[in-house]
Design a protein around this ligand. Sequence first.
Ligand SMILES: [Mn+2]
Length: 339
Amino acid sequence: MTEQELLKLKEIIGEPQKVTIIMHKSPDGDAIGSSLGLFHFLKRFGHTVTVLSPNVYPDFLKWMPGAKDIITYDKKPAEALAAIKSADLIACLDFNGLKRIDELGPAVAKSKAVKLVVDHHPQPEQFADLMFHSVSASSTGELIFDLIEKLGEKKKINKSIANCLYAGIMTDTGGFRFSSTSTHTHYVVAELMEKGAEITKVYELVNDANREIRLRLTGFALLEKMKIFPEYSTGFIALTLSELERFDYKDGDTEGLVNQPLSVKGVGFSALFTEKEDGMIRISFRSKHKFDVNKFARAHFGGGGHVNAAGGISDLSMDETIIKFLGLLSTYKAELKGK
Ligand SMILES: [Mn+2]
């Protein structure tokens, strides 16, 4: 963001405005944490702030201050669209392509509001007036802190803002272990702790909020469904819709499951396949080291993301999808074995 753009943002924030914050579809801890962190920050300036999500968000994020005020498009489409129509400023957080917000995308494209993107995903689309974007940032939570600091308003950060941003950073860095975690990330966290971030409480609220049946789904997935291929340093878990239904599946229940195969010694690439109600197979990819899952997902499964974390989709059946995936492993064998 140029100095000029920063000044423009300062000017906008200086006067009470209608601000609408939008997070990406199937929001994760970072999308919700950064959005609610910005929500509480802007409220301190007397703005009227609305937070939108395209669809429902997982239960383990409902504790966040302000979460109950999030308007979800799939439940309240008219209200969500009205909030976009009436906005002076639209802040798009943790995504940078309008297709990531489904039906909200065309409404944002049409809006005359000033548009701000704060994001760390690669290859951003150019639809915003103001862009605060860095692929090297660990999380959008970290970037919201940076933006607040650049605006010279760090003193405005209170406990609610600190807890929301901390939750975003903690979840997006896998608890400060992904390679996106930098010295700057730890500086930001130190500052958030100064402002009252409750690190133990946030950890427990996020991680120790399992429904019993969700933990049993994890157990089933690890025992029966995880396949490991040492020859490709790869592991995957595939869950069909009927298997998910057996465990009373709710959105977010498989969150984090894709990381499990990576904890097997020697495994550097992992995939999670889940069958959706419409028969599509949703895929999450994770890797350690240099294997670029963003490229892999873009090239073969119509998706994308980061070097070490990406998503994709398949309209083949589950079995066909897995056959396709296994076929690709042999093509990528050299890269998968090279650390
Ligand atoms: Mn993120």
